[in-house]
Design a protein around this ligand. Structure first.
Ligand code: CBY
Length: 430
């Protein structure tokens, strides 16, 4: 009895001793800015996309203070076009990114948020995600990465959410942090950013709740940070190359929860710079998700932007033209579809083809067995069905892409296939 009475007090005492809102970052030095050119080139391509990756690019650019009016105008048009068409077409995470992009750095574009009542719509989408969890065994409409983006945007732009509900929802034991049995670093990182925002508002007295709430949110954050750090690889990447940017942001804002010796930020940054030079971030969204971290920024900085445009003298990148190979040769790969049985084929495609080209070639040969459908996503085509069997987030089913039995870390539109490779799409649960 005595102990349970003392615990909250002890928590409060410990809390007041911990230096809060600490934020440790490591960032690229100015003389190395030229190494970011491939990212700027990649983000430039979002001028030609119709998707919501434009929002991610705009958010990222504003955070690092690149004021390219042409790109900005194009992105803004895209976002407005999207809004006017039908907001209900957007998923919760897409709308959250649009809100953050428009609201970042308090420009006149912020007005669009209020003209279109985007905060109210975001609150509705958050509610719908939670209701779906109630009806479908704890599975949201989309996923926890998007729920985290949703909470983050609501927190940053004064939307409402229930603190007890949020602490319950984002408990580190929740299965939604895991995809196919593996802790999703991207998801955990986004949750840390959202929870940190909520905690800061609680502590500043901007929102009210009992002190237990702060303590629970701190515990959740600590546990998620531990899981993120345990996915650190020898070369410094956290999860894989595409999750490292989000993970860095999460670690920047949560340095209260780990020792300096547990993370060598400079090593991670160096490896990321190396990956940039090798062309790892060639699609706009991948570039947009790594850029803030490399510049030492996080999504929590949207309300306190500083202009670094003056120093950033590589804003008009010239694309490097790669001449196509003289004689395009063909390669042959094995391709299979696995449901309960496995259906095999062998197809010939031009060298440099991607996974999707293989799937299309197989489909042409046998529509019944290799027929498939896809949808455009920010990361490129997402395979929605094969043989008419459709992925469904209510039962966590999806079509997994593999090579040599190992899951790929790129989508069908980006993974370049090699001679003799054993490619597979597999009916799976995440
Ligand atoms: N973003 C989202 O909603 C996606 C969140 C995310 C965690 C995302 C990775 C991280 C990010 N930064 O955006 C994510 N993937 C999720 C949640 C999912 C699941 C989607 C479930 C749902 N109902 O929303 C799911 C089904 C488990 C999934 N990803 C599948 C896949 C495979 C797609 C195959 C297909 N059918 O087309 C694939 C290719 C893995 C595989 N081997 O099958 C895959 N994802 C990959 C590789 C990735 C990475 C993409 C990297 C790249 N260069 O293309 C990823 C960044 C991402 C997008 N997935 Co998912 C993760 C990584 O490698 N770090 C919010 C929205 C607004 O943009």
């Amino acid at each position: 009895m005595r102990q349970s009475y003392q615990l909250p007090l002890l928590g409060l005492l410990l809390f007041s001793l911990v230096p809060s809102q600490l934020c440790k970052t490591c960032a690229i030095s100015e003389e190395n800015y030229f190494r970011l050119a491939p990212l700027l080139r990649a983000m430039d391509k979002s001028k030609y996309t119709r998707g919501t990756d434009a929002a991610n690019v705009l958010l990222s650019q504003r955070l690092v203070g690149i004021a390219d009016p042409v790109i900005k105008q194009h992105l803004l048009q895209q976002v407005k076009y999207n809004m006017q068409r039908n907001v209900s077409n957007l998923t919760s995470g897409q709308l959250a990114l649009i809100v953050m992009a428009l609201g970042a750095c308090h420009t006149q574009d912020e007005k669009v948020i209020y003209d279109y009542h985007l905060i109210g719509q975001l609150e509705n989408k958050f509610r719908a995600e939670i209701e779906n969890m109630g009806a479908h065994d704890g599975n949201p409409l989309t996923n926890y990465y998007q729920l985290s983006l949703n909470l983050l945007a609501l927190c940053l732009f004064n939307g409402s959410y229930s603190i007890p509900e949020v602490t319950e929802l984002f408990s580190p034991e929740n299965k939604n942090y895991y995809l196919s049995g593996q802790f999703s670093v991207d998801t955990g990182a986004m949750a840390v950013l959202a929870l940190t925002c909520v905690k800061r508002r609680l502590m500043n007295g901007q929102i009210k709740a009992d002190e237990k709430a702060v303590e629970r949110i701190s515990n959740h954050t600590e546990s998620l940070v531990k899981k993120i750090l345990s996915e650190k690889k020898e070369n410094g990447l956290i999860g894989n190359v595409f999750s490292t940017g989000d993970a860095m942001q999460a670690l920047f804002v949560s340095s209260d929860y780990y020792q300096e010796s547990q993370w060598n930020c400079q090593q991670t940054l160096d490896t990321v710079l190396e990956e940039i030079s090798q062309g790892a971030f060639s699609i706009p969204i991948a570039a947009a998700q790594i850029l803030p971290a490399v510049m030492g920024k996080t999504y929590l900085d949207v309300n306190s932007c500083v202009s670094s445009a003056g120093n950033f003298n590589i804003s008009n990148p010239v694309p490097i033209t790669v001449s196509p190979p003289d004689s395009p040769s063909n390669i042959s790969v094995n391709y299979s579809v696995r449901i309960n049985e496995t259906y095999f084929t062998n197809v010939t495609v031009p060298k440099g083809s991607v996974f999707l080209d293989v799937m299309e070639k197989a489909q042409k040969e046998n529509k019944t067995i290799f027929g498939f459908t896809m949808e455009e996503s920010e990361w490129g085509p997402y395979i929605t069905s094969v043989q008419g069997l459709r992925a469904n987030s209510n039962d966590r089913t999806y079509w997994q892409l593999l090579s040599g039995g190992k899951p790929l870390s790129q989508g069908a539109g980006n993974y370049i296939v090699h001679e003799g490779e054993n490619l597979q799409v597999r009916w799976s649960k995440y």
